[in-house]
Design a protein around this ligand. Structure first.
Ligand code: TRP
Ligand code: ZN
Length: 881
């Protein structure tokens, strides 16, 4: 590899000085500007000489003119924080290249060339965790969305698909990349090497490499056509015993995708590697998924039931990407929801099938309302297919992922499972091996499922959560439902068109508590009326059953009707929703001060009656009972109020919890006593019992703190699993009590060395209801185990605090200051993670004036820093703008 030295370091390259962008004018990338790349790169060969502090990379690219693109006399290869150490064209070293910003430009004259480029990187200095980085002595990569350009110069865009051959040498027992292992051995100097080949053309964002001292849990899977696939989950030696659940989840996912979507795996090998330093949950690199340890490692002593569910869902999600994402990928990053929306839907449906479908649906709606609705109603609102961005990492959002999944779920609801499957089949068949668009998916659904989606496309282009107002009119034997819809204005989209909204409803007879079948209404205009005859008595309407559309519903409904539905609705989601509506209605009125004493007492009594029925209904399983007992979150409540007072919301909600805990104490404790007798297992029954125990403790904490502390201390001491232990510690953390300190100390000592459990120790304290929670967070930020270099740890402490309304919205404004300080300190280290905090401060317009001003002040303090990353700059400017 004789490659000449660099002709000019980038800092004294005149081309670069010319191209220096105006720092005040952020570069905006627009969807409408898409143009295909001028070159195809059918083959790539990468040679790595691996070291933790210095890794040399030689990339050999076969490039051919793209007949479908405008011809160009040069090729533009993206780079980020790298310099070319040498460039060859067709085997000849050349100095004929230049830099444009961080891109490398090479003039090319013929139809086809071979380009060789050498770079060197320092993985240990890579704190952004994008590209090739070191994590606890191992090397791994994260290339989505634009991390590959931190490894070598390349057309780092998802519509350039290449076949990769990867050779690497380095002092690591395990050397992995995508595809199949071709050969391996030991160099003369004793250093191990390996060669990998991935036969499936892929974009650079799906490239992966891992090198480390790892051990594998190995298993096999036989595909529907009888092919054998070797499965490995690579972890550090001490973690091997905690990989069983991940492996079971993987095999279940592979089988389910064959049975439900007809999708078979397409390599002889599927590897998963767990790393502790990771920006997100996991990554679907072809044949080599890289995972945050949080979504791999579990045993009953260290992982909660929720952790088990998280692992099952994320393993499935990444595996499902093999078809929805990898075999069919995205043309450009505006199409991100093409792969994420469908893959989230697929993992949700999988988890519905693996456990309780009703409970899973409720949990998914809770996530949507807690994370996506606030996004859609704030300054960062964007359609599931955005029209522009400054930094694509900022668009891995609940909107693109979760609302994206809801949009596809609506298609499925409108055509039914079978036709939906036909549409998906056509999509995969038509676009296999291609980089596709959301429009391609919609067209495949039209052609394959027979849907007319012309108006439905608005769900891709319009941001904002539609609001439906419902009114029932009853006359003679006819019931008429009048519906109006309004899509609120969002940044850049002041005026909206009405969207097609599939609304599943049922009309209940008040006496028999039965209905005569579900009806699917589709609201396509801003106003519509639907009449139903055969109702001599006014029916009780159950709406948005199964949460058939991601909308907000406003209706003037009598408390007693909600109590009726909370007791009788046969759709589990609608039953949950009735209870939520009952509570939201009461708390909103309480916060607004529109309730006199009598009305307040009446509201509390109605809720107590409904919750009391849930506590004693023998037909309910405990997992579902648990869902019904969770009060709407403070975030969701704030979302239903135009300008919210977080302090008043907190007080009202805690007040209601205390009231319910008091008046229903006997039922709560009877339930606790029953649940306590259920021995540990992973069965639905035992999991339900654990959920009930923690819920009873949290109601007790509000109504009878002394009793709660006693029970929680007992539960903590007796716990033979992490769910019980964490549930008890969570309650203790919020109380001023000796048992609190003792339990925290015990927990820390018991689990030192287990980073994922120490994360819980941080998170429990940061999300607590303790009056001095902010003092605790401040002290924990100085704890020797705290580091800003590990995203899981930052999420455990600061993210947990930022999403704890009682802490973040502390009336002094200190929570806002602490988060702004964190953003400023973290931004230079890990901009992707830092920018994820901005959205919380960005809620200022929806918060009462005193807090609002303090939130805004912190945003302005951040905005004043000139050296902000592109990630944080975009979010801060939009939040203020
Ligand atoms: N594509 C991944 C998924 O949804 C997530 C992902 C995107 C990611 N960008 C990342 C993971 C950066 C880690 C780091 O499954
Ligand atoms: Zn994904």
């Amino acid at each position: 590899m004789d490659i000449p030295p660099s002709p000019a370091a980038p800092e004294n390259n005149p081309d670069m000085a010319d191209a220096a962008p105006d720092p005040k004018a952020p570069a905006v990338i627009r969807r409408e500007d898409y143009a295909p790349f001028a070159w195809l790169v059918p083959e790539v060969q990468l040679d790595f000489d691996l070291g933790l502090d210095a890794t040399r990379v030689v990339a050999k690219l076969t490039v051919v003119r793209n007949a479908k693109a405008d011809p160009s006399p040069t090729i533009r290869l993206n780079g980020d924080d790298i310099v070319p150490l040498g460039v060859s064209v067709d085997g000849e070293p050349t100095l004929d290249w230049s830099m444009d910003g961080s891109d490398l430009l090479i003039p090319l004259s013929a139809e086809a060339h071979e380009i060789t480029i050498a770079t060197q990187i320092d993985p240990s200095a890579n704190t952004q965790l994008m590209g090739l980085y070191a994590s606890e002595g191992m090397l791994c990569t994260q290339c989505e969305a634009e991390g590959f350009r931190r490894i070598t110069f390349f057309p780092d865009r998802p519509d350039v698909l290449s076949v990769y051959t990867v050779r690497m040498r380095g002092d690591f027992p395990v050397l992995l990349s995508n595809g199949n292992l071709v050969a391996q051995g030991t160099c003369e100097d004793g250093v191990p090497w390996a060669e990998w080949h991935d036969p499936w053309p892929k974009p650079s964002y799906l490239f992966a490499l891992v090198a480390g001292d790892l051990v594998a849990n190995s298993d096999r899977f036989t595909t529907m056509s009888g092919r054998e696939v070797a499965l490995n989950i690579y972890v550090r030696a001490g973690d091997l015993e905690r990989t069983g659940h991940a492996m079971e989840s993987l095999k279940a996912s592979m089988r389910w995708d064959e049975e439900v979507f007809g999708r078979e795996y397409d390599l002889d090998l599927f590897n998963i590697v767990a790393v502790s330093d990771f920006n997100m949950g996991a990554m679907e690199n072809k044949g080599l998924n890289v995972f945050n340890t949080k979504y791999v490692l579990a045993d009953s002593d260290t992982a909660t039931d929720a952790d088990y569910d998280g692992i099952e869902g994320v393993i499935a999600h990444e595996y499902f990407h093999n078809w929805s994402g990898n075999r069919v990928t995205c043309r450009d990053w505006f199409q991100l929801s093409l792969k994420e929306g469908i893959t989230v839907l697929r993992d949700q449906l999988f988890s519905q099938d693996m456990g309780s479908a009703a409970v899973k649906r409720i949990a998914d709606v809770r996530v949507l309302r807690g994370a996506q609705f606030p996004e859609d109603s704030g300054p960062l609102a964007h359609p599931i297919r955005p029209d522009s961005y400054q930094e694509i990492s900022n668009f891995y959002t609940a909107t693109v992922y979760n609302k994206g999944a809801e949009v596809i779920r609506m298609m499925r609801t409108m055509c039914g499972e079978e036709r939906f499957r036909a549409g998906c089949d056509l999509y995969f068949e038509r676009h296999d091996g291609e980089a596709a668009t959301c429009e391609d998916f919609v067209r495949a659904m039209e052609d394959g499922a027979g849907l007319d989606l012309s108006q439905f496309r608005l769900w891709y282009s319009q941001a904002g959560t539609p609001k439906l107002s419902l009114r029932l009119e009853h006359e003679g034997d006819a019931a008429t439902l009048h519906v109006t819809q309004e899509v609120p204005p969002t940044p850049g989209q002041p005026v909206k068109q009405p969207m097609p909204i599939p609304l599943q409803i049922a009309l209940f007879d008040r006496n028999s508590a039965n209905h005569n079948g579900e009806k699917l209404l589709t609201i396509t205009e801003s106003q519509a009326s639907f009449s139903f005859s055969g109702y001599p008595k006014e029916p009780v309407v159950s709406v948005n059953r199964g949460f058939s559309a991601p909308v907000i519903i406003e209706r003037d409904v009598a408390q007693e009707e909600l109590v009726f539905l909370a007791a009788h609705d046969d759709d589990p989601f609608a039953r949950y929703e009735a209870l939520q509506d009952l509570v939201v209605g009461h708390l909103k009125a309480a916060v607004n001060g529109t309730l006199d004493e009598a009305a307040h007492a009446e509201g509390e009594a109605a809720i107590a009656k409904a919750i009391g029925a849930v506590l004693t209904d023998d037909a309910l399983d405990d997992l579902m009972r648990g869902e019904l007992l969770v009060l709407p979150s403070e975030t969701y409540l704030a979302e239903t109020i135009p300008v919210a007072d977080p302090g008043a919301i907190h007080a009202a909600r805690e007040g209601l919890k205390a009231h319910l805990g008091r008046v229903l104490a006997a039922d709560f404790h009877a339930l606790y006593d029953r649940a306590e007798k259920v021995p540990f297992s992973l069965s639905a029954e035992a999991r339900g019992a654990r959920k009930i125990k923690s819920l009873v403790l949290s109601y007790a904490a509000a109504s009878d703190p002394a009793k709660a502390a006693e029970l929680a201390a007992q539960q903590y001491a007796k716990a033979d699993n992490m769910t019980d232990r964490q549930g008890a510690l969570m309650v203790l953390c919020g109380l001023e009590n000796d048992a609190r300190e003792a339990a925290l100390k015990d927990f820390y000592a018991r689990f030192t060395g287990n980073a994922l459990v120490i994360d819980k120790w941080f998170a429990l304290q940061a999300s607590s209801l303790h009056p001095r929670v902010l003092d605790h967070v401040e002290a924990l930020a100085k704890h020797p185990d705290f580091t800003m270099k590990n995203p899981n740890r930052v999420r455990s402490l600061h993210m947990a605090m930022a999403y704890n309304p009682h802490a973040f919205h502390d009336a002094s404004g200190r929570g806002y200051r602490m988060i702004a300080d964190l953003i400023l300190a973290l931004d230079p280290v890990n901009p992707q993670t830092a920018s994820r905090f901005v959205g919380q401060l960005g809620r200022w317009r929806r918060i009462e004036p005193v807090r609002s001003a303090m939130m805004r002040e912190q945003l302005e303090r951040i905005a004043a820093v000139a050296s902000l990353s592109r990630d944080t700059r975009e979010q801060v400017d939009k939040s203020l703008g």
